[in-house]
Write a protein that binds this ligand. Structure first.
Ligand SMILES: Cc1cc2nc3c(=O)[nH]c(=O)nc-3n(C[C@H](O)[C@H](O)[C@H](O)COP(=O)(O)OP(=O)(O)OC[C@H]3O[C@@H](n4cnc5c(N)ncnc54)[C@H](O)[C@@H]3O)c2cc1C
Length: 398
């Protein structure tokens, strides 16, 4: 597969097609092989992993071996050098199946790009190849028990002691936290900085670091097979050479990748919406009540018609943004719009689709029960939907 750096095709959209405006035959071949991988390596075990509250670490190693981790990484560091469209395929297909495998998309499209853009040559040589092969799996630790949306208020500190930083503090809700070998920890290197965001840095912490403790695996309402944990730092000593970028640059590094993160989020929610609606249409055609398929009731038809319309509108918008992002445009405001709107729609769709399944929708044997729980986090993470609206309003001059 060759690198396709940009695409200028007009967006085309078919409700349940996986083919998107950004995708070429190469993207679709990649998608097909990822779907086959998921069919064989994930689907048969997903229920068990949900029960265990954990997706085995080996899955990510296998994904790496098949080229399904960080496909964008430069071949000079062992990657495939593919364009952002391949990250979108990864986000969409992992979202369609759901469960902990979504952590692979976070690793590939959110954390590894920090290394690609901001790491020193030495750090790139040390970590990037492992991030592609699956020998190194990553997480990002921003949120703390006392602060989430207000990132500049983090309390975890890193104090310089010779060639080391000494880290103290606590993080929570960290996706991939148990499986991660390398964690991008957001710390205060200058607690007195004004404004506070200028005192924030990112330090890459390896899992065996003395004083770094992986805490409780958190019990959640959804995403049961995703390892979401607390992380504790008690005088954790990390070499100064593990600083990412410069001291005080952490906040800006995180902000720099947000446009991409939000398009990934919107695309994931869109793919999940496709999945929910398609299986609901199948269900309402099969299920009978009062001697007729429930699809023949006007309410069912109107519900489906409304959701199909909303999904079509979202698909066209997200497709357009994906192409513009790949063409290097600044679409920060629109990416925030897509994130809040699509994740909100997907959450509402899950309730509507569940209702159309009747009592079976409440049963674990139907995917919609799990999807209804899992989708609830989408309006919360990657910047809450309220924060998205703050950004949009600010960029409108309010
Ligand atoms: C399953 C899961 C996985 C996660 N994974 C990670 C991860 O890997 N790494 C990580 O660092 N974090 C992760 N998070 C944390 C997530 O990013 C935060 O929960 C999120 O940023 C919100 O922060 P908070 O929970 O502290 O809520 P708060 O910031 O306390 O917000 C509470 C409510 O107040 C609203 N609010 C806050 N500020 C404003 C404002 N200025 N204007 C209007 N409304 C506002 C919010 O929108 C929200 O509705 C995860 C969370 C979950 C649930």
């Amino acid at each position: 597969m060759s690198k396709t750096s940009s695409t200028t095709k007009a967006p085309t959209f078919d409700l349940f097609s996986t083919k998107r405006a950004y995708s070429t035959d190469e993207h679709e071949m990649y998608r097909t092989s990822l779907q086959k991988f998921i069919e064989k390596e994930v689907k048969p075990y997903l229920h068990e992993w949900e029960e265990n509250g954990y997706t085995p670490r080996e899955l990510y190693k296998k994904m790496g071996e098949h080229g399904f981790l960080s496909p964008q990484v430069d071949p000079a560091y062992g990657g495939l050098g593919l364009d952002f469209g391949f990250n979108l395929v990864l986000a969409e297909e992992t979202s369609r199946i759901g469960g902990g495998i979504g952590g692979a998309s976070l690793h590939s499209s959110i954390t590894v790009p920090y290394i690609e853009k901001y790491a020193t040559e030495e750090q790139k040589l040390k970590y990037l190849n492992g991030c592609v092969t699956g020998d190194i799996f990553t997480a990002v630790a921003m949120t703390e028990p006392g602060t989430g949306s207000d990132l500049a208020s983090v309390n975890t500190t890193a104090v310089r002691d010779g060639d080391y930083y000494v880290i103290n503090g606590q993080k929570t809700f960290i996706t991939n936290g148990l499986n991660a070998d390398l964690i991008f920890v957001v710390v205060k290197t200058d607690p007195k900085a004004v404004p506070a965001r200028k005192g924030i840095s990112i330090i890459m912490v390896e899992k065996d670091t003395p004083g770094f403790i992986c805490g409780r695996k958190l019990k959640k309402m959804g995403g049961h097979s995703q390892d979401t944990v607390e992380l504790i730092f008690e005088d954790a000593r990390v070499p100064v050479s593990n600083l990412l970028g410069k001291e005080g640059e952490g906040f800006y590094i995180l902000m720099d990748k947000l446009q991409q993160e939000r398009i990934i989020c919107a695309s994931s929610a869109f793919a999940l919406g496709q999945e929910m609606l398609e299986s609901t249409i199948r269900y309402v055609k099969e299920r009978h009540a009062f001697g007729v398929p429930i699809s023949s009731f006007q309410n069912t038809q109107f519900e489906i018609a409304e959701m199909a319309t909303e999904l079509s509108i979202a698909g066209a918008f997200i497709d357009d943004l994906a192409v513009r992002h790949m063409n290097g445009e600044d679409i920060t405001t629109q990416a925030s719009m897509a994130k809040w709107w699509m994740t909100d729609k997907a959450r509402k769709m899950s309730a509507r689709c569940l209702q159309l399944h009747g009592g079976y929708g409440y049963m674990e044997e139907y995917d919609i029960a799990r999807q209804y729980r899992d989708v609830a986090v989408m309006p919360i993470y990657a910047g809450t939907n309220e924060i998205m609206k703050n950004i949009i309003a600010k960029n409108l001059g309010l």
